[in-house]
Design a protein around this ligand. Structure first.
Ligand code: ME8
Length: 669
């Protein structure tokens, strides 16, 4: 079998002085979509992300946290990696700039510069902040430090310089010979004129910075952070031994527009100086803005991904980000638009198509994909519509079509898919399979129409899979399809491949409708908890299974430690009776209960949804802790806690109850 073609793509190597917000998530999501798409076209794909851990900002943040830098960055790197995993975005390579493999690569690259005559020792003079121990870029004598506001001083330090000036012509040649190297086009013009304006040599070592990669034999010189960070793309796939891994050069560096110059000027110049292969393309996307300004922690306008993923699912966020913003341009982020997009495109659009089609197959065709006539498959109007749109989405070389996925026009991909969905909806309304089902003479017509709808659903599910990987797997199973969806070939799709007779799975709503206002309030409430973790952490329903309801997870005293009766008396417990119970969208482990505790009816969330059907709980008497401070769980207020035993290694909750009838509100002592 011939080897698969390779594709290597990267996200930026993110700074470790904060955690990912929606802006970082956007770049990583786009990388993930491209990775999945390329895989579905038969490529061997490696995606790299990672953490940029050196420099004065980290030095400061560690100092503030009162821990050594190495400890600080290790924790941050773990947190970044864990969050990407949680969001379904794990990369093949997660590179840390403190990794040994990376340190070796940086030092090796510098050695090549030296051998090839592209570095020299010189002096750098600039404005320096003695309080922050850092040069202030672009400051003039007399300027204050933008960070601490105190006056800067003019300082000269010895540095190694990289002969960037020697690369003006080679860079301009590179841009000319590879017109797609910088994307989008508007950014390319900006970079070309910057380089045409002349390039100054670049200082690539520092002696005023301590927390960095040492220049071998030249201590106290450490490498400049950007030289350090850019090299991580190469370290991740073999460094000095890159040829063995076979992934370098990168096919695509995805970056935000803020860092395009580093990637399209410095980085290729570094690689040329070391005589290494140059990446094929750098794509700079726009920013996500909040109220028209760039998100930043100091402005207090950051949007976090986790609360959204918890409430609506990561796929809803992915859909919204890719559909509403033209890739390359700036976009505005709003919860309002996000939830509107969820209800319109997912609950009503794809979700509705999926459940109505599958429910009809369940009801009218005995739960099996019906058999259409051969002539119908060839001539159905949907076949024509789909074949045409397919070319526009994934490209069709025979017809010379480019395909929106290939040009990273994700908004275009989704618009085509939306059109397909509404085509199928319109077709069903016109054909009325529910009426055909009542007419014995129309058995074959019914089979034809429902086959069409199911085949359309299969193709749409494959086409949208790179963008919505999690929920499409569910639709795939409900459609009764064998094998893994991500192993389908997106470029070999054709109408009529769905097998008749296949038994479909259990039909459930993949994107349940949600109340607009409630969704926003809950997302905001969860975000608030994550940003201001002053309150005790919310109990993850699985974290302390001995209590069924949400409350602060107080650390239990060691078994041998005894408490006095006065401590126990602080806990007020009463008999309660469950009045209502319902599931909570976006929290599969929680039930929202209303409980009569004698004096009032309380709303309490309990982490028992996987073990108790809501209806079976109505009227049941339970033991309730009634004097806990109210808390929000997954954004839903909980006013108390239901007591349960924790059984087995998984901590299955079993509700505590009473063998004799007891009065509601009676105190437990
Ligand atoms: O620049 N909208 O790291 P960084 C869209 N360590 N994308 C955004 C965004 C927003 N509001 N905010 C951030 C660094 N991003 C360096 C990179 S690479 C060798 C070194 C994304 O943590 C966008 O991709 O500041 C941007 O380029 C990147 O995060 C900056 O991440």
């Amino acid at each position: 079998m011939p080897a698969k073609p390779k594709f290597y793509l990267t996200t930026p190597i993110y700074y470790t002085n904060g955690l990912p917000h929606i802006g970082h998530t956007y770049t990583t999501v786009v990388a993930d979509v491209i990775r999945r798409y390329k895989r579905m076209r038969g490529y061997e794909v490696v995606m790299t992300t990672g953490t940029d851990e050196h420099g004065v900002n980290v030095e400061r943040a560690a100092k503030k946290a009162g821990v050594p830098e190495s400890e600080f960055v290790a924790k941050m790197a773990d947190a970044w990696r864990a969050l990407w995993n949680e969001l379904g975005l794990p990369a093949e390579e997660f590179v840390r700039t403190t990794d040994l493999r990376h340190v070796r690569t940086v030092q090796w690259l510098f050695k090549l510069f030296r051998e090839n005559g592209y570095v020299y020792k010189g002096h750098y003079t600039g404005q320096y902040c003695i309080y922050d121990n850092a040069f202030v870029n672009d400051a003039k004598p007399g300027d204050n430090c933008p960070d601490c506001g105190r006056p800067t001083e003019t300082l000269t330090e010895e540095n190694y310089f990289f002969k960037l000036s020697a690369f003006q012509k080679p860079l301009l040649d590179l841009y000319k010979k590879n017109p797609d190297f910088i994307q989008p086009e508007s950014r390319k013009n900006e970079i070309v004129s910057f380089v045409e304006g002349g390039l100054k040599d670049l200082s690539i070592t520092r002696t005023t910075l301590r927390w960095g990669i040492p220049v071998p034999g030249e201590e106290p010189h450490v490498f400049y952070v950007w030289f350090d960070a850019l090299t991580a793309y190469l370290s991740a796939v073999g460094g000095p031994d890159y040829e063995k891994r076979g992934m370098w050069p990168a096919d695509l560096h995805l970056v935000g527009k803020d860092i395009i110059r580093f990637h399209t000027v410095y980085w290729p110049a570094f690689l040329m100086a070391a005589m290494l292969p140059i990446p094929k393309q750098v794509w700079a996307h726009g920013w996500f803005l909040m109220d028209a300004s760039k998100m930043s922690k100091s402005k207090g306008n950051v949007v976090l991904p986790r609360p959204i993923a918890n409430m609506l699912g990561m796929d809803a966020l992915r859909y919204y980000m890719l559909r509403e913003t033209v890739f390359g341009q700036d976009g505005n982020f709003s919860y309002d638009a996000l939830v509107t997009s969820y209800n319109a495109n997912l609950a009503n659009g794809l979700g509705n198509l999926s459940s109505r089609t599958l429910t009809m197959i369940q009801q009218y065709c005995g739960g099996r994909i019906p058999k259409p006539t051969d002539s119908h498959v060839k001539s159905t109007i949907l076949n024509l519509a789909f074949t045409q749109e397919l070319g526009m989405i994934v490209g069709n070389n025979d017809l010379g079509e480019v395909g929106d996925y290939n040009t990273l026009n994700f908004s275009g991909v989704l618009q085509h898919i939306e059109r397909l969905i509404s085509n199928v909806d319109g077709y069903l309304v016109q054909q009325k399979p529910w009426a055909m089902a009542k007419d014995d003479a129309k058995v074959q017509d019914l089979a034809n129409v429902l086959y069409d709808a199911a085949e359309a659903l299969r193709i749409i599910t494959i086409l949208i899979h790179p963008i919505m990987p999690e929920s499409t797997e569910k639709i795939w199973k409900q459609l009764g399809q064998p094998g893994k969806l991500d192993e389908e070939r997106i470029d070999k799709l054709a109408w009529g491949q769905l097998k008749s007779g296949t038994e479909i799975g259990t039909v459930t709503a993949v994107y349940p409708r949600i109340d607009h206002q409630e969704a926003i309030e809950r997302i905001e409430s969860m975000a608030n908890e994550e940003l201001n973790p002053t309150a005790p952490p919310a109990l993850a329903p699985t974290a302390a299974p001995s209590i069924a309801a949400g409350a602060a997870a107080a650390t239990a005293p060691a078994a041998s430690e005894k408490i006095g009766i006065e401590d126990f008396a602080k806990v007020e417990m009463r008999v309660g009776q469950i009045k209502t119970a319902e599931r909570i969208v976006g929290a599969d482990k929680l039930l929202k209960l209303t409980v009569d505790i004698g004096t009032e009816i309380r709303q309490i969330c309990a982490g028992i949804a996987q073990f108790y059907e809501p209806d079976s709980l109505i009227g049941r008497k339970v033991a309730v802790v009634t004097n806990l401070a109210p808390r929000k769980l997954r954004g839903v207020e909980s006013n108390g806690m239901i007591i349960a035993a924790s059984v087995g290694p998984e901590g299955r909750p079993v509700l505590a109850g009473f063998l004799e009838d007891v009065e509601v509100g009676a105190r437990l002592k």
